[in-house]
Design a protein around this ligand. Sequence first.
Ligand code: G3P
Ligand code: MG
Length: 247
Amino acid sequence: MTLKLPRIIGHRGAMGYAPENTIESVQTAAEMGVQWVELDVKLTKDDIPIIFHDETLERTTNGSGLVAQTLYEDIANLEAGSWFGDSFAGIKIPTLEEMCEALIHLDLGLNLEIKPCPGREKETAEVALDHLSRIWDNHDNLLISSFSHVSLETAMEMAADWRRGLLIDEWPENWKDLADYLQVSVLNINGNECTREQVEAIIDMDYPILAYTINDPQRARILQSWGVDGVFTDVPDIIQESLLTIH
Ligand code: G3P
Ligand code: MG
């Protein structure tokens, strides 16, 4: 299994141009020539894995309350496009399964970020991987990542050979031990906060690096010059253009 990391990963699809974490967003990313997208998965109250970022429904839907307290049948009735723009009215929150079908059809690679609601770190990984194992065959273009060490540990126990990425925001002192223990293939770092020294320390340990969330072409070029392998971006067309110019 070779994981060939892309230089550009569409963040939540292409969230600069379409409502994040929706089928329309990954279609938009594909139209821009992106080869991989990053999406967030979490569980409804009745354990259905859905593609959704926030713990609460308010920001991106016409619903309200906690995702963890809402049944899928109620989530399925929500509208998740109008907040972004009138032309997206009527868009639904996809299940993990619906999203995977769309991604496979579009031939897109997936970095699935396990984004558990608090206290659901283990079960979110369990359910997401269980669903994925029935849908996703090509492990050359699948990366599981999380900020949650419990979620990553669960993923490791369930499917040791699936590629994992350790998401880092605040730089933990023990990042090497964590990466080693969780047997990750890549470190996914905050590309707007990281220093050159941090990037070089990771490269010294032979880990590939993905950096989030880079919407500034100049920052993308700097990170690339430091040796970062790929960036997550809301605006793939802009970053793509800027990175291509130096090749
Ligand atoms: O996976 C990279 C990035 O998506 C992590 O932060 O909050 O956008 O999910 P967030
Ligand atoms: Mg994410």
